[in-house]
Design a protein around this ligand. Structure first.
Ligand code: BTN
Length: 324
């Protein structure tokens, strides 16, 4: 497949401006060579082009956009994490794009970033507010060969990596509310959504989505979030380069990931505990099985929250929304 035919196809898609085009027209561009057309489309998808297909036709939904990438890739000091990064201007959710890439065989460390998301999502099927030009909306693909039950530990590892990166770049100390909220003075600055793709009893891939509020003014938050959320810019009264911060997140993540692979979760647990805000406090945990109150006494070696109920029993909390 020549780069000339890829260029022709790219130009054709760009000219079609998101409208459906007949596959026959594409085939004509490729001089009737169907195999070459299919290969080219697969190449486009691998490099980040998103298509919607219907019988006999398809349209371009999004193409990569490397604008916010400028200060990201220049001196990224990692072996894998973020080395294959795809930047978009707008997608529905970077989680969904990353999952598509997993099914196309995306390599370990592939990073999907979008300037804005139209359907950004959080835990418990909540929306994640993702306006353009303001935050880091990204999903990282990792493919560790580990049993399924270890996947949730990556939420905690990522939370530590983002705390360390913010500390390094902006000199601000965050707190972590189990399992995945980064807070500053009780207001949320970052959320993490970890989703797993299984291969029988093993992990095939983990897609770790993180949203960090960077350059938001108070007026950039919808009214229901104003009292609950904050941004790095509101905390420090400065504008931050998102690419620069994203690079630091990838670098810190890779360092912790290497420690995890070598020594397991124990050293990550110690770091996580040093940032934890909920431990030792009386909390309410809302889970699918009901609401429980008690003292958060720590996390177990798997990263599961231990809640001491008023009758003295210790309840293991695997997933919940906490209020402190
Ligand atoms: C939460 O706190 O509930 C998790 C929020 C996770 C948001 C990020 S933004 C990038 C990625 N794409 C999504 O749709 N969600 C995650």
């Amino acid at each position: 497949m020549s780069s000339g035919s890829m260029d022709k196809l790219r130009a054709f898609f760009q000219a079609s401006k998101g409208q459906f085009v007949q596959k026959n027209e594409l085939l004509a561009l490729m001089e009737g060579n169907e195999e070459s057309l299919l290969k080219s489309l697969k190449e486009f998808q691998k490099s980040g082009y998103l298509f919607e297909q219907e019988e006999g036709k398809l349209r371009l939904l999004a193409e990569p956009d490397y604008d916010i990438a400028r200060n990201f890739s220049t001196s990224l000091m990692t072996e894998h994490i973020g080395q294959n990064a795809i930047f978009y201007q707008e997608v529905s959710s970077t989680q969904d794009v990353a999952k598509q890439l997993v099914s196309l065989g995306a390599v370990e460390g592939t990073l999907v970033v979008s300037d804005r998301q139209t359907k950004g999502r959080g835990r418990m099927e909540r929306n994640w507010h993702s306006p353009g030009g303001k935050g880091i909306w990204a999903s990282l693909i990792i493919r560790p060969r580990l049993p399924l039950e270890q996947a949730p530990q990556f939420t905690l590892l990522t939370a530590v990596a983002i705390c360390q990166a913010i500390e390094k770049i902006a000199d601000v100390q965050m707190k972590i509310k189990w399992p995945n909220d980064l807070l500053f003075n009780g207001k949320k600055i970052c959320g993490i959504l970890t989703e797993m793709i299984n291969r029988q009893y093993e992990i095939d891939a983990i897609v770790i989505g993180f949203g960090v509020n960077i350059n938001h003014e108070a007026s950039d938050f919808p009214p229901d979030l104003v009292d609950k959320a904050t941004s790095l810019s509101l905390i420090t009264k400065k504008h931050w380069d998102r690419g620069h911060l994203l690079r630091a997140i990838c670098e810190q993540f890779e360092k912790l990931y290497k420690i995890y692979v070598q020594s397991g979760f124990a050293p990550i647990k110690i770091l996580w505990e040093s940032y934890a805000t909920s431990i030792g406090k009386r909390i309410t945990a809302r889970t699918v099985a009901g609401t429980f109150e008690g003292e958060a006494i720590g996390i177990d070696p798997q990263g599961v929250l231990l809640l001491k109920l008023d009758d003295g029993k210790v309840k293991h909390i695997y997933s919940a929304d906490l209020s402190i």
